[in-house]
Unconditional design. Sequence first.
Length: 325
Amino acid sequence: MADISLDNALDGDAGRTLAEDVRDGLTRAHKELPPKHLYDSRGAALFDQICELPEYYPTRTERAILERVAAELIAASGASELVELGSGSAAKTRLLLDAMAAAGTLERYVPLDVTERVVRESAAALIREYPGLRVHGLIGDFERHLGRLPPAHGPRLLAFLGGTIGNFAPTQRGRFLRTIAGLLAAGDHLLLGTDLVKDRATLEAAYNDSAGITAEFNRNILRVINRELGASFDPTAFDHVAVFDERNEWIEISLRAREAQEVALPAIALTVHFAAGEELRTQISAKFTRERVAAELAAAGLELVAWHTDARAWFGLSLARAAAA
Ligand code: SAH
Ligand code: AVI
């Protein structure tokens, strides 16, 4: 039996959703684009570089928590199957797979990511590293393709790490958590990583690194649109802006036009005007408290089973299950 199977739910429609999202987002009064379009192969590689930056604490903080509690999480979940949403390069995933292997329960890993290359490459690397592991990779959009996840083979741990849930708008987040609750059978668990509210200086430094990698990652969305839609964006004509919005408790990430400009998007027969100083929002990154995580889980029909954090309480890792009806 092959150790890897791949399912591409984006076949034939990735370009279509980009075109729709760009038309919808760039014709609004307040221009915005969904962050999933940041992650072509170049965007994924830039994100991996972000994870290594001295200012970007979330990855290493979540990793440190996982190093401490992975065995406990796996014992509590009894999982034989790890499903990971927005799996990326699956770097921290190894800590969970190691714990499952040590517990003797590891059978299958199911990564879901919008970037084909990261799913293919992580699947190939992991079957080499974990003899006997089966990988079912799903290339797709976690907002649209959760129905394409394969049937469970045993107790499931569904991981959503890195604080990626913070990249949803609040209403989408509630809808997403309710969908997740509906996916969890008795005995299944959700492992959710959330970045936590902290002082403004630390938060803003994480998204304004001195090496300029986050700025390049942010501008990458313009390169994706140029390539896929034949657009005429000059990425160097936009400044990277990332500011902590205290009222909403999120980092707001935008591209700000330095000067007034017209951008042609021939593939969708659109020309877009930017005024000098006009911003195009590319991402929010919401920051949480334990109370808010527990409340949002509860509102979605999920029950917090365990909460793990680091000594500075900078990042939270929640283990949850479907609440009893
Ligand atoms: N889980 C990893 C990567 C986080 S980066 C970590 O904790 O470090 C966010 C990941 O989610 C990227 O790999 C990106 O390609 C993926 N992603 C973003 N939006 C997505 C969407 N709508 N559907 C599926 N994957 C998405
Ligand atoms: C993937 N996600 C959790 C990152 C974040 O921190 O919101 C994306 C990111 N954008 C800029 N830096 C990191």
